[in-house]
Design a protein around this ligand. Structure first.
Ligand code: A3P
Length: 331
């Protein structure tokens, strides 16, 4: 884009030559580099550097942060529906009935690569991200760790039982592998398991990613909301209320009486979204080829039971227990 961007790109090229390279779930088309303890694709690292050099956070920004496959699509839809509940009816004109949530809520690390368009978004900006908390600039995370009113925006984080995340990621990546230019053969579950355990994913180690946001949410509960996929599944209404309260947009008595919370839950349910024409047949635009249906598979808790071997289960459970020990976090 401009001169400032050019300098950042040069810095990236210089730096990336010095970083370790990892095996990619998508073959040679996507380069994976190790940066500050996390494996990330080069196109995300480019986003990280542009955010650090050029992003101007606003106190009203809402960043939905997730490790991939933990419920990004679902929360994109729910938060969008909460924010815009007075702009659209819940009839056939609601944007969520006509667009994949991905198209309504851009990735910060990708949108920033398109130059100034991020600056022209009106407040509150609602953006999504797969970046680890520590890769955001201090202007966003330090503010999140303080109670200063002049802050760098809020983070909503969702995590999910890691065994389900692995199974979901394995299926998803294999769909993408069949669609990349050179049509890669599917990864075996063993290969996916191995990469996942080593933290070689598009967002580094699952456990480290979760822990960073968990700690931030304990330090600053008003700035970082930490949710679990399983809680949202079991108690959607309570969690939608929690989200609205966190965003300073609590439901009024009138809204409660007219069943607004239930309308949002219903609109964003797996059954509803996955059966829409746009999500069954629509294409995902952008650099990485895909179909909207890739983001809707089963939407259930515990599908790992149908796939993982007893050994894989043992290793994953042991790692989770060790990594989350004494943190108050468990599955
Ligand atoms: P499964 O592969 O286990 O079915 P992400 O959106 O972070 O990429 O995560 C995708 C996972 O969330 C997939 O899990 C997908 O089916 C599930 N999902 C998508 N929309 C959902 C919804 N509205 N409710 C519950 N789960 C949903």
């Amino acid at each position: 884009a401009n001169e400032g961007y050019r300098k950042t790109y040069e810095k990236l090229e210089e730096m990336s030559a010095t970083l370790a390279q990892g095996e990619s779930w998508l073959g040679n088309g996507v380069q994976i580099l190790q940066f500050q303890g996390f494996w990330v694709p080069k196109f995300c690292l480019q986003g990280v550097m542009l955010i650090n050099d050029h992003f101007k956070p606003r106190p009203t920004d809402i960043i939905l942060s997730t490790f991939p496959k933990c419920g990004t699509t679902w929360l994109r839809a729910i938060i969008f529906a909460i924010l815009h509940r007075n702009s659209y009816g819940f009839d056939e004109n609601h944007p969520l009935l006509k667009s994949n949530p991905l198209n309504l809520v851009p990735f910060l690390e990708i949108l920033i690569q398109e130059g100034g368009s991020i600056e022209t978004l009106s407040s509150p900006r609602f953006l999504s991200s797969h970046l680890p908390f520590s890769l955001f600039p201090k202007s966003m995370t330090m503010a999140a760790a303080s109670s200063s009113p002049c802050d760098g925006g809020r983070f909503v984080y969702i995590c999910r039982e890691p065994k389900d995340v692995l199974v979901s990621m394995w299926h998803y990546m294999n769909k993408l592998r069949g669609r990349v230019a050179e049509e890669l053969p599917p990864l075996s579950l063993e290969q996916a398991f191995d990469l996942f355990c080593k933290g070689v994913t598009f967002s580094g180690s699952y456990w480290d990613h979760v822990l960073e946001y968990w700690k931030a949410s304990l330090e600053s509960p008003n700035k970082v909301l930490f949710l679990k996929y399983e809680d949202l599944k079991r108690e959607p209404s309570g969690n939608v209320r929690k989200l609205a309260d966190f965003l300073d947009l609590p439901f009024s008595v009138e809204e409660e009486n007219e069943g607004m919370v239930e309308k949002i839950v219903e609109l964003c349910s797996f059954e509803n979204l996955s059966n829409l024409d746009v999500n069954k047949n629509g294409k995902t635009p952008g650099k990485h080829p895909g179909a909207n249906s890739d983001f809707f598979r089963k939407g259930q808790i515990g599908d790992w039971r149908n796939h993982l071997t007893p050994q894989m289960i043992e290793v994953l459970d042991k790692t989770t227990k060790e990594k989350f020990q004494d943190t108050g976090l468990s599955f």
